[in-house]
Design a protein around this ligand. Structure first.
Ligand code: MN
Length: 726
């Protein structure tokens, strides 16, 4: 914080660069006089605001003219001084900058959104002439957000939202990471205070352990790398709060699944050293397959360059390593401002043309548009950090979220193209339909006019965009009514069986009709159809159906279930030699509780964050759901059982039987005869004199379990015996 000009002056002097202090002092005097007695919402003298904006501008390494403009940025809007006055005293560049950040006078008869859009357009136009305009505007917005507490609730939300939608994406596109991250974090705090606090809490939890871990890694790398790379700097960095928020709330990751919350950053002199060090790091730690990204050979759009890799240490904790040169580091931190700060001294600025062509592009695209407001929405989409731009064979650009496939591309052109799609060519080569598109690809969609042709249901798990998913669902909804109904009916029956939902036919119809109504379907048929085409997800509504069922038909059931759960002994976390995980030898392994795999089951590993590899059955429901998420694809690793497994495993089975006298006794005796030790047993009464029994016991492997299952099936009255699901 800078509250007086003296403080700003000494901050400028600390920079040790050739600032024109005479002109800067003059700008301060003019601004101070013009703002006079004006006060900010906090009660401070108004001049404190331009002083702080100027300080941020200096911290970004900007030149004297920018500092002058920063001090004067509010005088034309808020005081008697005119642009002409500024131009006469400080020259044209300064007045152009001040003009660029000055809002338009109120446009009559327009909405707040239109006002906002017109101002953004004006600013972009000024920015296309002189990019320093936006740097001053970003500094202005940053200081306003830092002091937003004093504003009224509505004004806070407006400012925070505009920051998130317009200014943070622009800062990102210009590569000014420091400003972008602070803007996002501050705006988030106002937009979702609860989510913000939640992430803060997660970060606090285990902070010391994580930091100690990171410190150990840094020291280990230092010891190994220092000799060969005398100027190397290695340090830990924490992902920005909003960056974590995006992954947790928008991409649905759990905190444990975010590998780069903590990362180790390595900065060296040359590009050769970067690749060299990458090799050494992959030698010390085990790299996770598919996580290496070379942004040195393919820089991001905002010219960000670095090597990223995720590795896993002996304890099974994955973490990200970023490797870059100093030059790349400055660009990563200061983006376009690095031109002033590190490259051309504080008085020069040119050669920015190519970096700023997107601004002209953005303005060009808007030229024919009636609605100024569109400029705001295209900033939101076009400048979103993870966007790819793909071309049609005719040269039209289609922008898609990164990770989108050729199917997303087809549906982005037109739903008719998607629905008639049979294949795709990327840069002239035929590719599979799940191929992700990259910026610069030319994509051609192959289509057919054959009657009855349409999308495949598998596409629903391949596509990335909601647009494509909705259009595919629409197609199934319209074209495949009967098939959907049958499919939905089968799905719901299966889920009911799995959850012990059994009712006499008449009551069942009543129950289903009730569910249908709840889901806003006009009939049970319609409910089936909706489940069939994917409009309603059965796994999503199942918990509520179960609850409803228990409440209506099974009062008192829950308490008993809870009692059963508390009987289940907790599994301990331990290193096991029973499983061999490909490529990650000797890492920490735990067995997933959702499917309790046994030796003999086909298994697969999932790399968790901080808890080693979790082993699931390949046919576990969670595996099937999670596998369809392309973001997690790289975290699945092949796993198999060791030839000798010494451990014993707890397993749970469900028995469905006629409710007869001494059934439980017969089952217990049968188990005792097979030398099976029971850990928990729970029986519940079901309708129609049936009973459901759940038993947990220890077993060596699948073979032994199967013997037990067939033994129990011999018992009179037992209708079915199977391994429990979840
Ligand atoms: Mn201002």
């Amino acid at each position: 914080m800078t509250n007086t000009f003296e403080e700003l002056k000494s901050y400028i002097e600390q920079q040790g660069r050739g600032y024109d202090l005479k002109m800067i002092t003059e700008a301060y005097r003019v601004a101070e006089q013009a703002h006079g007695e004006q006060k900010r919402a906090s009660g401070e003298p108004y001049i404190v605001h331009p002083l702080n904006v100027a300080q941020i501008v200096v911290s970004l390494g900007m030149d004297s003219e920018s500092v002058e403009a920063a001090l004067l940025h509010d005088v034309v809007e808020d005081t008697e001084l005119s642009l002409e006055d500024i131009r006469r005293r400080f020259g044209r560049p300064v007045s152009v900058m001040v003009d660029g950040v000055t809002k338009l006078r109120k446009i009559p008869f327009s909405s707040r959104e239109e006002q906002q859009a017109e101002n953004v357009r004006k600013m972009l136009l000024a920015m296309a002439k002189d990019v320093r305009v936006i740097i001053i505007k970003l500094a202005d917005r940053l200081h306003n957000l830092r002091t937003l507490d004093y504003k009224k609730e509505q004004s806070r939300r407006d400012k925070a939202l505009e920051t998130m939608e317009v200014y943070a994406p622009i800062a990102n596109r210009l590569g000014i990471t420091q400003i972008k991250e602070e803007l996002e974090d501050l705006a988030l705090k106002f937009l979702d205070p609860v989510g913000y606090a939640e992430i803060e809490r997660m970060l606090d939890f285990n902070r010391e352990a994580r930091e100690a871990f990171l410190q150990k890694v840094v020291e280990k790398l230092q010891a190994r790398l220092a000799a060969g790379h005398p100027h190397i700097q290695i340090y830990g960095r924490v992902k920005s709060l909003y960056g974590i928020y995006r992954k947790v709330y928008m991409q649905g990751r759990s905190f444990e699944e975010i590998y780069d919350i903590y990362a180790v950053r390595t900065v060296v002199d040359t590009v050769e050293e970067c690749y060299n060090i990458l090799g050494i790091i992959h030698d010390i730690f085990t790299p996770l397959p598919g996580r290496f990204k070379d942004y040195i050979s393919t820089p991001k759009q905002n010219l960000y360059q670095s090597l990223h890799t995720t590795v896993i240490d002996k304890e099974g904790i994955p973490f990200e390593v970023q490797i870059r040169t100093w030059d790349m580091h400055y660009t990563a931190e200061y983006g376009i401002a690095a031109h002033w700060k590190y490259k051309e001294g504080i008085q020069g600025h040119d050669k920015l043309e190519e970096r700023l062509s997107w601004i002209r592009q953005l303005l060009e695209n808007q030229k024919d548009s009636e609605e100024a407001r569109e400029i705001v929405s295209s900033i939101k989409t076009d400048l979103a950090p993870e966007e790819v731009f793909v071309f049609t064979p005719k040269g039209d650009v289609i922008s898609l979220p990164s990770g989108s496939t050729v199917i997303d591309f087809a549906y982005a052109i037109h739903s008719a193209v998607g629905n008639r799609m049979t294949g795709a060519k990327v840069d002239g080569r035929i590719v599979s339909l799940d191929t992700p598109v990259q910026t610069g690809n030319i994509v051609e969609i192959l289509t057919t006019n054959a009657p009855g042709h349409g999308p495949s249901r598998d596409w629903l798990s391949i596509v990335r965009t909601t647009q494509a998913r909705n259009k595919i669902r629409q197609w199934f909804k319209k074209e495949r009514k009967e098939e959907n109904t049958a499919q939905g009916k089968a799905e719901i029956e299966k889920e009911f069986r799995r959850n012990y939902i059994t009712l006499p036919e008449e009551q069942m119809q009543e129950f289903l009709a009730h569910i249908a109504q709840r889901q806003r379907c006009r009939s049970v048929e319609e409910l089936y159809a909706a489940i069939g085409y994917g409009g309603i997800s059965i796994s999503r509504i199942m918990p509520r159906i179960k609850e409803e069922y228990n409440r209506t038909y099974r009062a008192g059931e829950e308490q008993r279930l809870e009692a059963l759960m508390s009987l289940k002994p907790k599994k301990e976390r331990k290193v096991t030699s029973g499983v061999i995980v490909e490529e990650l030898d000797g890492c920490l392994v735990k067995y997933a509780r959702c499917c309790n795999p046994l030796p003999g089951d086909e298994i697969i590993g999932f790399i968790t964050r901080g808890y080693g590899v979790s082993i699931h059955k390949t046919d576990c429901v969670n595996v099937r759901n999670a596998m369809s998420d392309p973001n997690q694809a790289e975290r699945w690793v092949k796993a198999r059982w060791a030839s000798v497994v010494k451990e014993r495993f707890k397993t749970t089975i469900d028995i469905y039987a006629d409710d007869r006298e001494s059934l439980l006794a017969d089952i217990s005796i049968a188990l005792a005869n097979m030398h099976i030790q029971i850990h928990a047993l729970n029986a519940k009464e079901l309708k129609d004199h049936h009973t459901g029994i759940q038993i947990t016991f220890e077993t060596a492997d699948l073979e032994q379990l199967n013997l037990v299952l067939s033994g129990l099936r011999q018992i009179a009255g037992v209708l079915s015996v199977q391994r429990a699901v979840q």
